[in-house]
Design a binder for this molecule. Sequence first.
Ligand SMILES: Cc1ncc(C[n+]2csc(CCOP(=O)(O)OP(=O)(O)O)c2C)c(N)n1
Ligand SMILES: [Mg+2]
Length: 666
Amino acid sequence: MRGTQLRKDERLPAEVLERIYSTMFRIRRFEEFTTELFQAGLVKGTAHSYIGEEAIAAGACANLRPDDYIGSYHRGHGHCIAKGADVAKMMAELMGKETGYCGGLGGSMHIANMELNILGANGIVGAAMPLGTGAALAVKLRGGNQVVISFFGDGGANQGIFHESLNLASIWKLPIVFVCENNQYALSTSYKASTSVANIAERAVAYGMPGQTIDGNDAAEVYRVVGEAIARARAGQGPSLVEALTWRWGQHSMRTAIRDPRSKEDMDRWIARDPIKLMEARVLEDKSLSAPRIKSIQAAVEAELDTAVRFGKESPEASLAAMHAAVYAPHKPHTEPADKGTRQLAFNEALCEAMRQEMERDPTVFLMGEDVGLTGGIFGCSKGLFDRFGAARVRDTPISEATFCGAGVGAAIAGMRPLVEVQIFDFVTLMMDMIVNQAAKFRYMLGGKDTVPLVIRGPQGGGIRMAAQHSQSLEAWFTHVPGLVVIAPSTPYDAKGLLIAAIQDDNPVVFLEHKMLYLGSTGPVPEAHYAIPIGKADVKRAGTDVTVVATQMMVSRALAAASELQKEGISVEVIDPRTLRPLDEETILNSVRKTHRLVIAHEAWKRGGFGAELAAVVMEQAFDDLDAPVARVAAFDVPMPYNDALERAVIPSQERIVAGIRSVLG
Ligand SMILES: Cc1ncc(C[n+]2csc(CCOP(=O)(O)OP(=O)(O)O)c2C)c(N)n1
Ligand SMILES: [Mg+2]
């Protein structure tokens, strides 16, 4: 079965054919130079040659405007060149130089450039599809008419995110064209052996969009068919899938040296269909280009590449200072309000108010997630936002965590400030690639120029008998990753001010809300818009004998423990770091230098937990100030049990915090 057939057009103008030919030739020579440089040890790591597939990038991108977007994959040089990238900056990047597109931090597999709206090559198979979907969503939200091409291989078409992205793009009618470069192998795996349909384009039917399989070695056909899909997308008619059949001439990558499973007959047959030779024959035959014109195009490309290689070789190496500076965009300076006022709000109401005020202030802020719309979220965090801002900015998503999170990353890169709600934080496992490999690394891999202003928020923690898959506290996974900000508030006041700061921050923020706080916690919250600085702890209670650093639900328990011990004359200082990464080490160390004793209380597991990191920081920097070993009060090392009494036993109680404090008093 086929999707709607796309229309075929007439002969192409000579000017278009010349542009396509010159791009194809530039890509071919770029890859030949790159192979030589790799063999000479100047291009490191690996690089994936696009030789044999040039017609697809050149033909498809010849339809694009400079302000359109492309997303690419590991075999990405051709796409960048076809989108107008400067081959000198590409060569410098491949050589790891400071002058490269990504300052030498990205390399061949991660070249991206937001000045050209190149969302990046990507080292994770399939990952560019959700990112491209997100960029298309950004275009749609802004009411623009740019389009996105998302390139991927036949291997990428078997990723779950392929299916989720096509579905999401289709239901939201996004301006994106999915171009599958079917070179018939994913490393050593034949697509015939790994794909459930004869043609990948047939899958379009399942997602209600046109799909067509074309000859990917015929640049004119690629130009026409992708052009038609682009016109559809630009006219607001939604996405298409184009499958371009092709063949890579070389090994999987320049580093790969495996037995090639492809037959000699197939190899010979496809190499005989060299896309550049096919194009030359066509333009000479129909007299679109003369032989001397072809020669002069080739000479110009040759000179351009000679200059590019020289530029790369002569450029300085990437520097350590630039590398360190690339990880985080600077946080904005904020000042907390002097007075919290008297109005009482619940924790979820405070979060909702933060989102409402930011959405009112900044039209680029929008919320998406499961059931966040009309229902206002299963914990009521987005109550009223749908009525106030409408379905475009308060978007119910399908149950496609990886892809709506990835679309959040793509939309953030493309200039929006998305809020992505994780319905229950345990489901973040399905989003991990998008958070850890994409959001956290994008700015860095681009050399520290660009920003990913994204908030991923939702409830974690136990206490309501939801058992092992709906109750975890997972902050340590995220505090481990450079590039992420991790925030975990414990009061409605902190929740509002920190969520506003998170939305305004230019880094991806993992914003952890405890579901017991939604249900139980009310407190004073100013009506006015305010933001709490990221990376600033709060001393919730001053004391002199013991420091307790507590997070989320443990803060109120630590405060209750402190009140209990006060009766015995023991003075406990309770600090809530509020931001777990970056951590306000100074406030914690100053407290330990005063009390000489530290207890850490969190609901997450002890083993490999955030407390282990904090204990190490204190040991490294204030060992001589400690009068007792650091004590950790944490969940038992078991998945959360369903049984009521067992769950209560697993999560640290006030009594266990009291016992922890007594243990360091000796
Ligand atoms: C998620 C993921 N799995 C595996 C790999 C390792 N890997 C890199 S490229 C590749 C084959 C991809 O094939 P395809 O998508 O058809 O692209 P092609 O290399 O053929 O252009 C594999 C298995 C990876 N980078 N990412
Ligand atoms: Mg392939």
